[in-house]
Ligand binder design. Structure first.
Ligand code: GTP
Ligand code: MG
Length: 272
């Protein structure tokens, strides 16, 4: 259960709720705006949850929330910080495509750690999907090139990349190189998506990660992982507000079934 939810059950006053919004990861200036709007309306504390929800629905009503539609001839590149849940998400994503009657294949382009290739290999075996693997320390863009050539007959190709920090110029340059290889092959695909995984525990710092990655490659979607284990769920509001990149999935556990599409109102119901 999320932090805010627990507290709402105790029926606090508006000032206490404002503090809790901060603690749940809601950006201070944003929490202030919401709370002052509610104060202006002179509401009673019993209705607080409902009022905050309706203020947020109003605040975000112009926002277009991206919906992910699985389709054949697509390529998905999964990027993100170290340990943000890329490879686990790929396991879940394989299963998601299979459930939508599409045949996915994977490219293990994380050649930085041998264990990473094994981890993806494990998912490929478990779901019985083709895999092209890099060898230890191989140039990841060479693996991507080879992988696309080999796997092109599959409906969807999913690429796993090494974890990297957005301020590491060398590693970010490597990602750009992968991206340019993909662009050269773009006529094979109907859809190419660069997806960024974020660990929900990162809270508001995730904004720096998103802008950092965006400097190097166009981002088409965000996946928030580990929402089961964090008290900073409120930070997603700022991600939605400050970027025009849809949050498309949430990972909420280590099991392969722990993936759901992001839905704004359901998100608010979980947060509040
Ligand atoms: N609780 C929880 N744990 C998760 C979730 N997603 C991933 N994990 C765990 O987080 C850890 C890192 O996940 P990985 O999928 O290996 O992350 P990664 O981004 O591929 O890591 P690197 O390749 O090392 O950068 C593992 O222990 C996962 O089991 C999630 O949604 N909830
Ligand atoms: Mg990984």
């Amino acid at each position: 259960m999320f932090f805010l939810k627990k507290i709402f059950q105790k029926k606090l006053n508006i000032e206490e709720v404002e503090d809790l919004l901060y603690e749940s990861g809601v950006e201070p200036k944003f929490a202030e705006i919401i709370v002052s709007k509610i104060k202006d309306k002179g509401s009673k504390e019993d209705d607080l949850r409902k009022l905050i929800k309706s203020e947020l629905l109003e605040e975000f009503k112009e926002k277009k929330f991206g919906n992910f539609t699985p389709q054949t001839k697509s390529l998905m590149v999964i990027t993100g910080n170290n340990g943000s849940g890329k490879t686990t998400f790929i396991g879940k994503f394989i299963q998601y495509f299979q459930q939508n009657n599409l045949q996915p294949a994977v490219i293990a382009a994380d050649t930085f750690r041998a264990a990473a290739i094994e981890q993806l290999d494990h998912f490929a075996n478990r779901f019985n999907v083709p895999i092209v693997k890099g060898v230890d320390k191989e140039d990841p863009s060479a693996v991507v090139y080879r992988g696309i050539e080999k796997l092109i007959e599959n409906d969807v190709i999913i690429i796993d990349t090494s974890g990297r920090q957005h301020n590491n110029k060398n590693l970010m340059g490597e990602l750009q190189k992968i991206n340019s290889i993909i662009n050269k092959k773009s006529n094979y695909f109907l859809e190419i998506k660069n997806l960024l995984t974020i660990d929900a525990n990162t809270g508001l710092a995730s904004k720096h990660i998103i802008s950092g990655f965006q400097e190097y490659l166009p981002l088409d979607g965000i996946i928030i992982n580990k929402v089961d284990s964090n008290a900073k769920y409120g930070a997603l509001l700022s991600i939605l507000k400050d970027f025009n990149i849809p949050i498309i999935f949430e990972g909420y556990g280590e099991d392969m079934s722990d993936l759901r599409k992001f839905h704004f109102e359901e998100y608010l119901d979980r947060l509040l």
